[in-house]
Design a protein around this ligand. Structure first.
Ligand code: GLP
Length: 241
């Protein structure tokens, strides 16, 4: 796993945007995996600017979001549908039929997860996956456990994740308790993985990730087994390394 430490959040975001730009320039029809959370907002802002200035086009790309809460309609500002539209997809020239997110409102959630995995498989999986990391070491919503999740699946969220994500909601009770997320196996099928972490609050989990053996108790450690994984940090997230 390669590690790059940027001086600031802005520099980390710029670097992430440049990586995405290079991938799209090399292969305009790239299949890209998209995260939510506060970490990637700066990257999305830069990419949106590049696209609006005509420096970059996603017209031939295909996108798959990593995850979505169960039970939030697309119109809910806390849904990942809403988030990714607002911060990225609505600002770029990607055709809407080429963008994908799990449907957390599906009647049959397990079937929805299975179909999402099949759609990803049919697309040949991801050329690049961008991801953030949870305070408990989760990727997407793949929480710590006894084994790595192989495929896209329906998951229960950990109390620690509910607590961390409650800052976006009015209160903890409003945070959904379940989500549909790509599995760790799904993510590992990506040709390249870029995990970003920013701020002091992530310093401890970043240290654990870098120093730990691969273990499903800290799902992001799987990156050690990926041949083309990059950990992109700002100085604060890297301060315990
Ligand atoms: C959520 C998302 C993750 C994200 C994490 C960290 O739990 N499901 O994909 O990486 O939040 O979010 P933030 O970037 O806000 O710290």
């Amino acid at each position: 796993m390669e590690i790059i430490i940027a001086k600031s959040y802005e520099e980390m975001s710029e670097k992430a945007a440049q990586i995405m730009k290079e991938i799209i320039e090399e292969n305009p029809a790239a299949v890209i995996g998209l995260p939510t959370g506060s970490t990637p907002i700066g990257m999305y802002k830069r990419l949106s600017e590049m696209c609006q200035k005509g420096e970059l086009s996603f017209a031939k790309a295909t996108s798959f979001n990593i995850d979505e809460y169960v039970g939030l309609p697309e119109s809910d500002p806390n849904s990942y549908h809403y988030f990714i539209g607002e911060h990225f997809l609505n600002n770029i020239d990607i055709p809407s039929e080429k963008t994908h997110l799990p449907n957390g409102m599906a009647e049959k959630l397990e079937e929805e997860a299975e179909n999402y995995e099949e759609t990803l498989a049919a697309a040949g999986y991801l050329d690049v996956l961008f991801a953030g990391i949870g305070h408990d070491g989760h990727l997407g919503f793949d929480e710590p456990g006894d084994h790595f999740q192989r495929r896209t699946n329906l998951v229960d969220l950990d109390p620690i994740t509910i607590e961390a994500n409650s800052r976006f909601f009015n209160n903890k009770e409003e945070v959904p308790t379940q989500a549909i997320t790509m599995g760790i196996g799904t993510m590992m099928a990506s040709r390249k993985i870029v995990v970003m972490a920013s701020g002091e609050g992530k310093a401890e989990i970043v240290k654990q990730l870098v120093e730990s053996e691969v273990t499903p108790q800290l799902p992001a450690t799987i990156l050690h087994f990926h041949p083309n994984a990059l950990l992109l940090l700002d100085a604060e997230a890297a301060k315990l390394l």
